[in-house]
Design a protein around this ligand. Structure first.
Ligand SMILES: [Zn+2]
Length: 113
């Protein structure tokens, strides 16, 4: 989508700190980290939110989880623990309407909510 920040990052039009990429997903550092390790797993396909996920996205979602797990190992938080979050809509603080998974770790995160 023309006005989507994450589509621009995926196309290389906007610079990012890329940790991993393949044919389905891109993993970048969050520009406003809320934990010592905070990265985003973004599908190359523009999917708006979790509400737009369909059955055919199964392989893509699997790849997102595998990429998150592998990058968590690379970033040194796989053993200590990490959180994976999908925000949906305004109340959750979703600021870019392109599906993405937040992965946070590197400190005690406390309860969710
Ligand atoms: Zn997009």
């Amino acid at each position: 989508m023309a006005d989507c920040l994450f589509c621009k990052i995926i196309e290389g039009e906007v610079p990012s700190d890329k940790l991993y990429d393949d044919d389905l997903v891109v993993v970048i550092l969050d520009i406003n980290p809320r934990a010592p390790r905070h990265f985003l797993v973004i599908p190359r396909e523009h999917i708006g939110t979790v509400k737009d996920v369909r059955g055919e996205h199964g392989p893509l979602l699997t790849r997102m989880f595998v990429a998150a797990s592998n990058v968590a190992k690379d970033e040194g938080i796989a053993e200590s623990g990490f959180r994976m979050t999908f925000n949906v809509g305004d109340d959750a603080g979703m600021t870019v309407n392109h599906l993405h998974m937040h992965v946070l770790g590197g400190r005690q995160l406390g309860p969710e909510g």
